[in-house]
Design a protein around this ligand. Structure first.
Ligand SMILES: [Zn+2]
Ligand SMILES: [Zn+2]
Ligand SMILES: [Zn+2]
Length: 118
């Protein structure tokens, strides 16, 4: 294990990227008052640091396929629980996209970073 004593904390509240902290559905798919499907209307997610921005949705939490759904890779959180020091994923070169471009990169789950970092 690499020493990350400063980074290792208990869970932190991170603003939901999909609804930008409003707790409402970003696109109002059902109605303008629907709660955010990514955070169930809380407006935040509990995450254990460190986290990195989701490469697949570019930290927006929105699926880049244009379906007006939360990003499948990060579930709308916009981040992945991953060390910022983790090397880029070799499969996608850090883009978080599969080679076909229609789905997130499986080895890194769309984070663009290697999963198996200690
Ligand atoms: Zn949300
Ligand atoms: Zn994402
Ligand atoms: Zn990848």
């Amino acid at each position: 294990m690499k020493l990350q004593s400063k980074l290792l904390q208990s869970d932190s509240k991170l603003q939901c990227a999909y609804c930008q902290g409003t707790g409402k559905d970003r696109f109002g798919v059902m109605s303008a008052l629907s709660s955010c499907p990514a955070c169930q209307g809380r407006g935040y997610h509990w995450m254990t640091p460190p986290v990195v921005a989701c490469a697949y949705c570019a930290h927006t939490g929105v699926s880049p396929t244009g379906t007006r759904n939360p990003c499948l890779a990060c579930g709308g959180k916009g981040v992945h629980q991953r060390s910022p020091d983790a090397p880029l994923c070799e499969n996608c070169g850090g883009t978080g996209r599969s080679r076909s471009g229609h789905f997130y990169c499986h080895p890194c789950h769309g984070s663009g970073r290697k999963l198996s970092y200690p």
